[in-house]
Ligand binder design. Sequence first.
Ligand SMILES: [Zn+2]
Length: 104
Amino acid sequence: MKTPVKMPKSVMLAGRKFRLGLSPKESFYGGTMGQYIPMEGRIALANEMPPEQLKSTCLHEIFHDLNNQSTADLSETHVNCLAALMFAVIRDNPALMAWIQDRE
Ligand SMILES: [Zn+2]
């Protein structure tokens, strides 16, 4: 059986390093499962989530950063939709992801 890949400790977003961490759900406001905290350079995810939801929520928080770094002015609904669609593209296309990541 394949060993699960561990969540990375950080993620690079437009040249800036953000720490990725797990926190108890009680520490999040408004019943959210993730928080994008640009002032602290980190993304916090609720540690009670199953792995697939954890990954999806991480991508959601990343989209909040992409929104912040652009002039897109996306709503929470837009972030939800785009993150879910991108999650599916990434999951459904491992060959595409390998090709994009290959630095010739
Ligand atoms: Zn959000």
